[in-house]
Design a protein around this ligand. Sequence first.
Ligand SMILES: [Zn+2]
Length: 80
Amino acid sequence: MRFLLRVLAIFIAVSALLSMVRRMLAVLASPRAEHPLRSSAGGRLAKDPVCGTYIPVETAIQARNQFFCSEECRGKYLGA
Ligand SMILES: [Zn+2]
């Protein structure tokens, strides 16, 4: 009977520890999951050197370390 009680006590302790770890992991995981959304929402803007438009770096067309709003502007820049 004593043995059973000890096993039960260990089981309760382990399950309590596991739920604590799971809660900690959830807290740690949530800011990491939000991060990509946050960075794309407040994305960096780059200036198109041809037409002067500001475009988000994520959607801009890149060439020679410059960012362009369209293929047309990139063509003008590279052709000039
Ligand atoms: Zn442009």
